[in-house]
Design a protein. Sequence first.
Length: 593
Amino acid sequence: MELPPAVPFVAVVLATVLFLVTILRRWNHPKLKHNLPPGPRPWPVIGNLNLIGALPHRSIHELSKQYGPLMSLRLGSFPVVVGSSVDAARFILKTHDLAFIDRPRMASGRYTGCNYSDVLWAPYGAYWRQARRLWKTEILSARRLRSHEHVRDEEVRAMLRDLYGHGPEAPASAAAGRAVVLLDHLFMANLNAISRMVLGKKYVVHGGTGSSAAATTPEEFKWMIDEFFFLSGALNVGDMIPWLGWLDPQIKRIKRLGRKFDRFLEQVLDEHNERRRREGEEFAAMDMVDLLLELADDPNLGAEVDLEHVLVRGAELGERLQQVGTNSRRGRRACSAEDGCVLLRCRHGGTCACAAGVRRLLRSARRWRQLLPVLKFYAEVLDLIVGGTDTSSVTIEWAMSELLRNPDALAKATEELDRVIGRERLVTEGDIPNLPYMEAVVKEAMRLHPVTPLLAPRLSREDASMGGYDVPAGTLVFVNVWAIGRDPAVWGDAPSEFRPERFVGSSLDVKGQDFELLPFGSGRRMCPGIGLGLKMVQLILANLVHGFAWRLPDGMVKEELSMEEKFGLSMPRMVPLEAVPEPRLPAHLYAGP
């Protein structure tokens, strides 16, 4: 018997409806398969994105008050677990560190992280372990940081000189008794110190011609760094709901930013390679880029790296990143495209099908490890410059904001500096261990205003369990450091008050072992720049308090000082701090060398 013509159509419709109902049931009832931590009921497609406000760390903190310190969410297509307590942080960052050590593949990691090649976004594996080891034992080792102490000292003196009014970049000077935008001075001091340590010179200056020409202006580079941290921390639609990625306006911004960083870093790399060629056998490493290039030439390096990522520079660096598989049909198709920026994913010793231009590049490099300097340069140098400049500046600005709102704490810090240092010299790095109250001020500022309120997202590699709850593989995992820093169960009845005395005589530290205080994270993914960051923050803040008596602009009282935040991967002030510095040391100390 022949079926009516409408029957197949009805069958298709019914099957589609049943399929959609099943999907929606699973979407709305994620606990059907796993015993997830408690959390709000997600909506189809968007999940719980509607509950996340402009300051996600605060929105999530409010939700955790209802659902608990270990909470499950759904952000678009991704299941998410957030830890907002000391125990949850210890579980994620220590007990199950390896289970949660991976990173999700997000747009910011692709376009500003050399296609997930920097130490922040690189997936867990041989390459990441090698890069991490280089950071700890070579690039930012204690010995290397000591060798650049004079650079940090000189740039701090230059900042004090500008604040006093003797510098060339001091339009609003202390000598005139006018307010300054403190962040501008902090940014240049940190950037100049980092640039000299990493790149060998200041690449971001107001002028210069010929070989001394700036790669960019301070204003543009500050915009680039601000944009980097905002886009890296933003909840992009394309990341959370991949099939809507083509509608995401942030992707264009990220690509544009990536091209700007490419141009800046290309100039730096070209200059360093030119010096290497010019000096030949007499070449000696003068900065961290030189060190990276030397390390990449080490014949033992390749034996430890699985060559997951090698960046080959083409005609349009950064314009296009292509995934090329080893001797696969897909890889050969991708390689037929025009020469550009090609990311080779090969096993050690494998051969890659590549376009003619790329094959010429490969032939000119006798061994594949000779291509690693480009990768090392772009990924690691970007982390050093951007991370070191922004995070230190933001932390110091918050600390100064709190001191201006709390005159008693400012007076105690000033008294300690006068007693230990006196008024006939500036503070040096060697003085910091003898300034316990200043160290307490730094810790208290980091507690209340962690530069990364939500630690960079992790991705669970395997199923894990905590307190009877499941955390399935493939889950995005966040630690709300901001919430932990304001937990009354840890910090008492007034956790939001600025009290450096909490840390005077306390063994609590910021180095990742005390989960009450995690401004740099903890575990294997802990920020590798902690040593440099602490040195810069402590040295600059101590000299600011020692060198000047600070007050708010005329007509402003401390209660009017805004403490609003602006969210991103870091958490700067919404409105930059303006304050009046009044010199309190002999004039010759500000003149500097």
